[in-house]
Design a protein around this ligand. Structure first.
Ligand code: ATP
Ligand code: ATP
Ligand code: CA
Length: 219
C-alpha cells in the first residue's frame, strides 16, 4: 500500500486510535490538538504533532494542511470547533475530509459544508454490538446496500464436520458462502465438498432475510 499523508484534528480517544492505526498501516500522520497533554502522549507515535487551535485559519495554513491527502476531524463535544476545522480543511484544499459527528444534526451540518464522510462512532458501534448480542454467531458484517449484507458467521457445533452440500445454505436459504476462514488459512469460493470445522468462520453473502434465516437455523 502506498504511503498516504493524513492530518488528524483532535487527539481524544477516537482521533488517537485512528492515528495509531494509520501509522501501523504505514502512513504518515500529523496530529493536531490544542491540549498539550494529548499531544505529548502521541508525540513519539505519530510522524509529527502540533499543539494548536485548529479553528484558526493561519494555524492550518502554516502546518501546510493543503498538502495532505486526507483530513480527519475527530473533535466531538465542541461542535463549533468541529465545524470550523472541517470548513477550513475543505477550503484549504485537503482532498478528502472525514469528520466525526456526535448527533444526527451535527452530521447534517457537516454534510452541508461538504465533508466527504461523516462518522458516528458511538451510534454505529452501538448498532453493531446490538446485532452481535442478538446473534451470537455473528462476528461482523458489512451492509452492501439496504438489502444485501456480507456477514462473518462463526461455525457452531451443530455444523462442524458437515460439508456445504449437507448444510445447503444456498438451497435452503438462498445465501452463498464466499469464503471459509480456517485456522490454517482462508478457502476462497468454497464448493459443495468443503467441510466446516470447529473455529472456522464462514463469510456469507445474501439478502438480510436470507442471512437472518441461516443464522437462526444455526443459532
Ligand atoms: P473522544 O470521545 O474521541 O475522546 P470527544 O468526542 O470527547 O473525544 P473532545 O474531547 O471534545 O471529543 O475532542 C477531542 C479532542 O479534540 C480533544 O483532545 C480536544 O482537546 C481536541 N480539540 C477540541 N477542540 C479543538 C480545537 N479547536 N483545536 C484543536 N484541538 C481541539
Ligand atoms: P446449485 O444448484 O445451488 O448451483 P449445484 O447443483 O451446482 O448447486 P453443488 O455446487 O454441488 O450443486 O452444491 C450443492 C449444494 O451445496 C448447493 O445447492 C448449495 O446449497 C451448497 N453449496 C455449495 N457451495 C456453496 C457455497 N459456496 N455457499 C453456499 N452453499 C453452497
Ligand atoms: Ca466523547
Amino acid at each position: 500500500m502506498k504511503t498516504t499523508q493524513f492530518v488528524i484534528i483532535g487527539l481524544g480517544r477516537f482521533g488517537s486510535s485512528i492515528g495509531r492505526e494509520l501509522i501501523e498501516l504505514g502512513n504518515e500522520v500529523l496530529g493536531v490538538d490544542r491540549d498539550e497533554e494529548k499531544v505529548q502522549e502521541l508525540s513519539t507515535v505519530l510522524t509529527h504533532t502540533v499543539i494548536a487551535d485548529a479553528t484558526e485559519e493561519e494555524v492550518l495554513r502554516s502546518i501546510g494542511a493543503r498538502n495532505f491527502d486526507c483530513g480527519v476531524v475527530a473533535i466531538g463535544d465542541d461542535i463549533q470547533a468541529s465545524i470550523l476545522a472541517t470548513i477550513l480543511l475543505k477550503e484549504l484544499g485537503v482532498k478528502k475530509v472525514v469528520a466525526k459527528a456526535v448527533s444526527e444534526l451535527h452530521g447534517r451540518v457537516l454534510e452541508r459544508i461538504g465533508v466527504d464522510r461523516v462518522i458516528y462512532p458511538e451510534r454505529d458501534m452501538g448498532i453493531r454490538v446490538a446485532h452481535q448480542l442478538v446473534s451470537p454467531n455473528l462476528l461482523d458484517y458489512i451492509e452492501l446496500s439496504k438489502q444485501y449484507t456480507i456477514a462473518e458467521l462463526a461455525v457452531p457445533a451443530c455444523l462442524t464436520g458437515k460439508s456445504l452440500a449437507e448444510v445447503n445454505p444456498r438451497g435452503r436459504f438462498g445465501c452463498s458462502v464466499v469464503a471459509i476462514n480456517k485456522l490454517k488459512g482462508i478457502v476462497i469460493a468454497p464448493t459443495a465438498d468443503d467441510v466446516l470445522a470447529e473455529k472456522d468462520v464462514m463469510v456469507v453473502i445474501g439478502t438480510n432475510d436470507q442471512i437472518e434465516e441461516f443464522q437462526e437455523s444455526i443459532g
